[in-house]
Design a protein around this ligand. Structure first.
Ligand code: FE2
Length: 208
């Protein structure tokens, strides 16, 4: 675990994210999916990108509470920045619908213009280029503040192309159980979904 912790911190500090595949087993993901699917409709709201979110899923289901309490992720958060108080786990569902542009987060953006914003994401379903993968621009922390923003810190695709090097734009594919630790002050987005559906847990961390 010590080696993993060091590696996670190193990658977070150099690129803005760290990926661990197989962090949860297929069975853990299956249980989480079943729990999310058992939630009543009224706990969900529509996100900016047309996705569906349950803001405090950890209050209702055990798998979300377990994700919130994950001690390895907490250690990374504690050592990475002051943004390390695990607040809630949002259950997110992005579902393809014909003729609609649906994503998680409504295009390129930064979550905050503060120094750090730590987040952890768990893919609960397999995610490839068509199923709305998380995308992040390596090293973009340094210049993210200079990139023009419109409502709610959103960024035009043309400005991403202008400010970011093509080779720094990463699309995170992974099987269910893939953990992504990221600093969302880096430029990122959920890619538009072209088919199927994507289920995730996201832990939001706030400053201590
Ligand atoms: Fe975001």
């Amino acid at each position: 675990m010590g080696i993993d912790l060091e590696k996670a911190l190193r990658n977070l500090r150099s690129d803005g994210f760290h990926i661990i595949s197989g962090y949860w087993t297929p069975l853990q993901c299956k249980v989480a999916l079943q729990e999310i699917q058992s939630l009543p409709e009224f706990v969900f709201e529509r996100g900016q990108g047309g996705d569906i979110r349950c803001q405090h899923s950890n209050r209702y289901i055990a798998s979300a509470q377990n994700f919130l309490n994950d001690q390895f992720i907490q250690s990374v958060a504690d050592q990475y920045s002051i943004c390390s108080r695990a607040n809630r786990v949002v259950a997110g569902i992005v579902k393809h619908q014909d003729g609609k542009k649906i994503d998680s987060g409504c295009g390129w953006h930064v979550d905050s213009e503060k120094d750090f914003q730590f987040k952890s994401f768990m893919y609960l379903t397999d995610v490839d280029t068509n199923t709305g993968p998380f995308m992040i621009v390596k090293k973009s922390k340094e210049y993210a503040k200079d990139v023009p923003k419109f409502s709610n810190l959103r960024i035009e695709e043309s400005d991403v192309n202008l400010y970011c090097s093509f080779e720094d734009i990463v699309e995170v594919h992974g099987q269910a159980g893939t953990l992504i630790l990221a600093d969302s002050t880096y430029i990122h987005r959920g890619k538009k979904i072209n088919s199927g559906s994507r289920y995730t847990y996201t832990t939001y961390f706030y400053e201590q």
